[in-house]
Ligand binder design. Structure first.
Ligand code: UDX
Length: 436
């Protein structure tokens, strides 16, 4: 099937390459000429394991092309909308201008048998509104909402073998829209992937609810970390113990610096803003607390550094390991790690940062920070080392060897990623969030 993918950021670039892999003829469209030029060479404009190979394979098949010209999407039957919905400046609500703009630019190229499929994370009610606009402009053209749940670092796997597919279908034309989506996803459905067929608001809410639940799990365990800090308990053992209860489950109970990135923080805020507009703000009042717990962890991390430095970080040499919002990504958007590094710097510490993939993005956001080409270089002469993103190469550090670089062996583990006993045995002062 001929498919267009509008928006070639994280979601769109991966989706376009994956749809071509499934055998469709795909054109990826984006207004950003630099992005399209890179993608047209088979180079992703961001770091994502497995994506360069998938792009190369799909482009070699001749089924994947990229363009800045929306007219090239005109002969596609299905058009996926994969543009961003960032947080509005100074507000909680999502900025819908890219979603609305892409639908408007698609409209002149739609036919009466076209299907537009929204994948972006949007406030509930968006699909209903957009479908009226499409129906009025191009009678017969349909809209479906098909949220995406991919995680950075696992984007290829999550797109080709998702946990489930969700279709939000229109009241009129539901069968036609479903048949087209079934055709697009035939190979994925053949893997017995669960399929949930719903109306627009339910499909939109599934995504918001899933992200809210994940954020809640993380902040719940971080709240327990606060109580552990006050009482002398160990939150990692607590998480293991409650995680054995299948109803709770151990995943997403890793206490530490909390959640960041381009999705969870802005999505829970947009969800609260939308609930407020709907007169349901009481229902999501708890998410304000989830957000607050999350932000407090960053402050606690800086306080911990102050504590081990004897009350002041002014002028102290600090090595920061990791500045992306999570490992296996170069994304520093709303990164707890980068936020802590910047706070340390603003409060007078002399900070040197290392990250395997995120330093270019971090440098653009915080040009005043100093960066080092390796963890050992960042650690040279440091009085405190802060592990803020749990990259494999940091987990694998040898504490005895690493001690040779620093001025004082003090390790602050912001992700509970290291073996405390091993580091202490090698002579380090080891401190972590939520552990004695
Ligand atoms: C998330 C959702 O998982 C995904 O389904 C949705 O489509 C987009 O948002 P992503 O932003 O890629 O994906 O990251 P995720 O792996 O969910 O991690 C989010 C943040 O939570 C990271 O900063 C991570 O470090 C943190 N986290 C995660 C924890 O602090 N503890 C955990 O136990 C798990």
């Amino acid at each position: 099937m001929k498919i267009s993918v509008v928006g070639c950021g994280y979601l769109g670039a991966v989706h376009a390459a994956a749809m071509a892999k499934l055998g469709h003829e795909v054109v990826g469209v984006d207004v950003d000429e630099n992005k399209i030029a890179l993608l047209a060479k088979g180079e992703p404009p961001f770091y994502e394991p497995g994506l360069p190979e998938l792009l190369t394979e799909s482009m070699a098949s001749g089924r994947l092309t990229f363009t800045t010209d929306m007219a090239d999407a005109a002969d596609a039957k299905v058009h996926f909308v994969c543009v961003g919905t960032p947080q509005k400046r100074g507000e909680y609500a999502a900025d819908m201008r890219y979603v609305e703009g892409s639908v408007e630019s698609l409209i002149p190229h739609l036919r009466s048998d076209s299907l537009v499929v929204g994948k972006s994370t949007v406030p509930v009610g968006t699909a209903g509104r957009l479908s009226e606009r499409i129906a009025e402009a191009v009678p017969g053209a349909l809209l479906a909402w098909n949220p995406e749940f991919l995680r950075e670092g696992f984007a290829v796997q999550d797109t080709l073998t998702p946990d489930r597919l969700v279709y939000g279908l229109p009241t009129v034309g539901a069968e036609t829209a479903k048949a087209l989506l079934d055709e697009v996803y035939a190979d994925i459905l053949a893997l017995d992937t669960p399929l949930i067929v719903a109306d627009y608001p339910t499909a939109e809410l599934v995504k918001a609810a899933a992200n809210a639940f994940l954020a809640t799990k993380i902040s719940f365990i971080n709240a327990m970390a606060e109580v552990c800090e006050a009482s002398g308990g160990d939150v990692t053992k607590l998480a293991d113990a409650i995680g054995y209860d299948n109803r709770i489950g151990r995943r997403f109970l890793n206490a530490g610096l909390g959640f960041g990135g381009g999705c969870l923080p802005k999505d829970i805020r947009a969800f609260m803003a939308r609930a407020g507009e709907l007169g349901a703000s009481d229902a999501l009042g708890f998410l304000k607390e989830i957000d607050a717990i999350n932000m407090r962890r960053r402050v606690r991390m800086v306080d911990l550094a102050r504590e081990v430095c004897g009350g002041s970080i002014i002028g102290r040499r600090v090595a920061v390991l990791g500045c992306t919002f999570k490992p296996d990504s170069d994304d520093t958007r709303d990164s707890p790690a980068l936020n802590v590094a910047a706070q340390m710097k603003l409060q007078g510490a002399s900070v040197v940062v290392h990250d395997p993939q995120g330093m270019d993005n971090a440098r653009r956001a915080w040009p005043d920070l100093e960066f080092a080409p390796s963890a050992a270089d960042a650690a040279r002469g440091a009085e405190v080392v802060m592990l803020l993103t749990e990259w494999r190469e940091y987990r694998d550090l040898d504490p005895t060897e690493f001690a040779r670089h620093v001025a004082a062996p003090r390790m602050l583990d912001g992700r509970n990623a290291l073996d405390a006993e091993k580091w202490r045995a090698a002579g380090w002062t080891y401190r972590a969030l939520g552990r004695p």
